[in-house]
Design a protein around this ligand. Structure first.
Ligand code: C2E
Ligand code: CA
Ligand code: CA
Length: 814
């Protein structure tokens, strides 16, 4: 029977506990039980004290009653219980283990103890039950009050542990009910009903309170756990990520600064707290810049993302370094919904921004010259076109804009002969001159770009008019044509410029650029170092040039190239000393094309190497069939030296033809020596070592022909025909020619005068001691088939003259 009862009670208690602690994991349930037990333990001294005192009082009150013995025993039991309880409490205080959980068994034990106390008190009404019918005297009153008080106080003290509270109060209620039920008094029955009702109220309150207590505890525990997780995540974030956390109050003053943020701001964390965050923004920024943006953002009280602000990092304003931060934040509100500041993350993106700027710079600027590149140029052109290029009716200003296309003359020669590092340095210097010159003439109205290689372009917007553009072009040509000192080399190049002006020269920016390019092409075709404005006719001309290029590529293969030969005549005996090979192009449609119309194109289009090689073979092959004292002169382009194959080609041509090397003369111009390349001089020396003669052609037209005479042991100089043409009208030129001839004699060089057209010129030049003549007076360039008859007729002429001079018999040669 006892076992059944105890099992029932146990089950009941477990059910009660389950109601209070539903589905909690054991660890959490243990925590809750611990708090429940703790709250009871806190009350233990008071409760035990009260038990002892009240039991003693009741014992005393019952001394003269019929229940003295029973009451004394009862009081002794309660006092003992109380004392044991106190002792247990003291022991529990002493052995505080730091453990913060209590097992279900611990709670059961406490419930049993409470139940035992309840039984002791429940026995009181039964022990003091009146022997006779009806209640009389003060005792029942005392007992009723004490029991009511004990139920109330006990239930209150054990509020958190309903099982204990119920186990404690139920025996008291049962004891009292037993007494009331046996009283046979209807009023007392009613009192019994009231007691049951009160007990139920106490029990239910206990249960509900305990539930709230447990729920709160669970919630607090959860909150704590969440807090730990969040702070773990945050510290992880702050340690690991490059971003940091920050917080400001409603006035924008920093209230939380993470270590990383303080480090990024280059300031102490403590010094930052309380300062307005906008104080950090770079002092260098304009008021309308990020500073204002940050204050405005704060003022808006709305969330923002990835806002970039500039930050002045450093102790003082003067030695501050500008950094860039990216900030994101959300507004924070208090419980009343009032705005109390911002909380967010930040990151220093200075490096990323710099990288981006570098990439963007690479995309828009030429690495070598630091000038804007083609992409930037096209953008600038597009902008100039929209703002100024379109006619006024199309929303433009109507002022117009201009494009100058610019190309360095002879740059390729420098690059090929002196090497790319020198070529690069030259480009850098030329770019600087171009930029300075445009800035000087146009201020901010000019945009200079390098399009690639030695091509440059300038956008001028608004256009200052034809005259000013012409003046600018002239100034650019002059600036770029001044000698350059590149790593100790004295280098001369020039520039050609083509200009197109919007809106009259084109319908769109592309067309404008194309037409400026055409004008440049034309400027180069007209002789370098010039500028040309675009003209509609140039389109036709360009078309022709294009066709010419295509035809010239086939000319060699189609055997359309021919050599003509112009005689060289001895100044005194008028004998034929040799011929100069001059190239002609027998074009099926154009007829005989002179070299001036295609040699330069051949050089530009990279065809001169193959053509020059063919000329060498053909000239040697032809000369080998001539009488053995006749020489042949071949013109060489600087580009032929650049290839590095020239010496081998000459050797091969001599070998193939069997021509004696001393019968071959190679004519070079000053342009070749301009760049003073070791490579060129080495090749010249190698050629000379073969026994070939080297002549300086067009002597006097360059800047420093004389200087070059000392640099290389030429065999011959050929005075340019422009001197010959002018010498009769200009005594200074005649003096120069005399000096040159004298110089030739001193240096032991043969001196040839080119372009001799009149007998008077021939007489003068002969007096000046020129050695040979070349010119229409003696013979025009002729096809190879005409040479025998020329030789014969020249011999005949000489003989006639010889008869007149009484010296015909002695005349030798042709
Ligand atoms: P250059 O070497 O100065 O050749 C002499 C040029 O003067 C030739 O013109 C010739 O016809 C012209 N000429 C000769 N005597 C007179 C004269 O009395 N009066 C006038 N007004 N002109 C005269 P051409 O044949 O048109 O050659 C022009 C230039 O083309 C040559 O000038 C030479 O620099 C170049 N050239 C010709 N053939 C070749 C070649 O095979 N290779 C290379 N690289 N250049 C060549
Ligand atoms: Ca020549
Ligand atoms: Ca010449």
């Amino acid at each position: 029977m006892r076992i059944v009862a105890s099992t029932l009670i146990q089950r009941g208690l477990t059910a009660l506990l389950d109601r209070v602690l539903p589905d909690l994991p054991e660890a959490m349930a243990g925590r809750v039980r611990f708090e429940q037990v703790q709250s009871i333990l806190r009350m233990t001294p008071v409760m035990m004290g009260a038990n002892i005192v009240i039991a003693l009082l009741v014992g005393l009150a019952g001394l003269n009653s019929p229940h003295t013995v029973a009451l004394t025993i009862w009081a002794a039991l309660v006092v003992s219980y109380g004392l044991l309880g106190l002792r247990g409490w003291v022991a529990a205080q002493r052995r505080k283990s730091g453990k913060s959980t209590v097992s279900a068994r611990g709670v059961r034990r406490m419930t049993w103890q409470a139940g035992l106390l309840g039984v002791l008190w429940g026995a009181l009404p039964i022990l003091t039950m009146p022997k006779a019918q009806g209640f009389a005297g003060a005792m029942p009153m005392l007992v009723a009050s004490v029991i009511a008080g004990m139920i109330g106080c006990g239930g209150f003290a054990m509020l958190t542990l309903p099982a204990a509270a119920i186990a404690y109060s139920t025996p008291m209620v049962l004891g009292s009910l037993y007494v009331l039920a046996t009283s046979n008094d209807p009023i007392l029955y009613a009192l019994g009903g009231l007691l049951i009702f009160c007990h139920m109220v106490v029990s239910v309150s206990c249960l509900s309170h305990a539930k709230i207590f447990a729920d709160r505890l669970v919630a607090a525990e959860e909150l704590e756990k969440q807090k730990q997780v969040v702070s773990l995540l945050l510290s992880d974030f702050e340690e690991g990520a490059s971003d940091w956390l920050w917080e400001v109050d409603a006035a924008g003053r920093m209230t939380y600064v993470s270590d990383r943020m303080a480090a990024a701001a280059g300031a102490d964390k403590e010094a930052l707290i309380g300062r307005p965050m906008s104080d950090l923004c770079g002092a260098a920024e304009a008021p309308a810049g990020p500073v204002a943006a940050l204050s405005a953002l704060f003022a808006e009280q709305r969330a923002f993302r990835d806002v970039v602000v500039s930050i002045g990092v450093g102790e003082t304003v003067h030695c501050q370094e500008t950094h860039w931060w990216s900030l994101s934040a959300k507004p924070v509100h208090d419980l009343d919904g009032d705005f109390i500041g911002f909380r967010g993350v930040g990151a220093d993106i200075t490096q990323a921004r710099e990288d981006q700027a570098r990439i963007s710079r690479l995309a828009h600027y030429d690495v070598l010259t630091q000038l804007p590149n083609r992409l930037s140029f096209l953008q600038a052109l597009g902008k100039a076109w929209t703002e100024h290029g379109r006619p006024k009716s199309h929303s433009g200003t109507g002022a117009g804009c201009a494009v100058l296309c610019l190309d360095l003359d002879h740059f390729k020669g420098v690059n090929d002969s002196l090497g790319h590092p020198i070529g690069d340095d030259l480009l850098i210097q030329a770019s600087a001159r171009l930029r300075d010159c445009v800035a000087e003439h146009m201020g901010h109205g000019g945009f200079v770009a390098r399009l690639g290689g030695d091509e440059f372009a300038v956008v001028i917007a608004p256009s200052p008019g034809h005259e000013a553009l012409g003046a600018l072009a002239q100034a650019i040509v002059a600036a770029l044509s001044r000698p350059y000192d590149v790593r100790g080399h004295n280098v001369l190049i020039g520039a050609s410029i083509g200009i197109a002006v919007a809106p009259m020269d084109a319908d769109d920016p592309d067309g404008l650029l194309k037409h400026a390019d055409l004008a440049l092409y034309r400027a180069k075709g007209d002789g370098r170092g010039a500028y040309r404005f675009f003209e509609t006719a140039m389109d036709v001309w360009a078309q022709e040039r294009r066709e010419l290029e295509l035809d010239l590529r086939d000319a060699l293969a189609k055997a359309e190239l021919k050599l003509f030969f112009q005689p060289l005549i001895g100044a005194h005996e008028n004998e034929t000393t040799g011929f100069e090979a001059l190239l002609r192009w027998q074009h099926p449609r154009r007829g005989l094309v002179p070299p001036s119309d295609f040699i330069e194109c051949a050089e530009q289009w990279g065809l001169i190497g193959a053509i020059g090689e063919w000329v060498l073979y053909e000239a040697c092959r032809t000369a080998a069939t001539w009488p053995s004292h006749l020489t042949v002169a071949v013109n060489l382009s600087p580009n032929q030296f650049a290839s590095g194959e020239l010496v081998a080609q000459v050797k091969a041509a001599l070998n193939a033809s069997g021509l004696a090397p001393e019968r071959l003369e190679l004519e070079i111009t000053e342009g070749l020596l301009l760049h003073d390349s070791v490579k060129t001089l080495e090749q010249l020396a190698a050629l000379k070592a073969l026994g070939v003669k080297i002549a300086m052609d067009d002597f006097g037209t360059g800047y420093s022909s004389l200087a070059y005479l000392w640099r290389f042991p030429f065999d011959k100089i050929k005075i340019d025909r422009s001197f010959v043409a002018e010498m009769q009208d200009n005594s200074a030129i005649a003096d120069i020619l005399r000096t040159i001839a004298l110089l030739g004699q001193t240096l032991n060089l043969e001196v040839t005068a080119e372009g001799v057209e009149t007998a008077a010129q021939a007489r003068l030049l002969a007096d000046m001691r020129c050695d040979t003549f070349q010119g229409f007076l003696y013979g025009r360039p002729m096809p190879v088939g005409d040479i025998p008859s020329f030789l014969v007729s020249n011999l005949a002429r000489r003989m006639r003259r010889g008869v007149e001079d009484d010296g015909a018999e002695e005349a030798v040669g042709y």
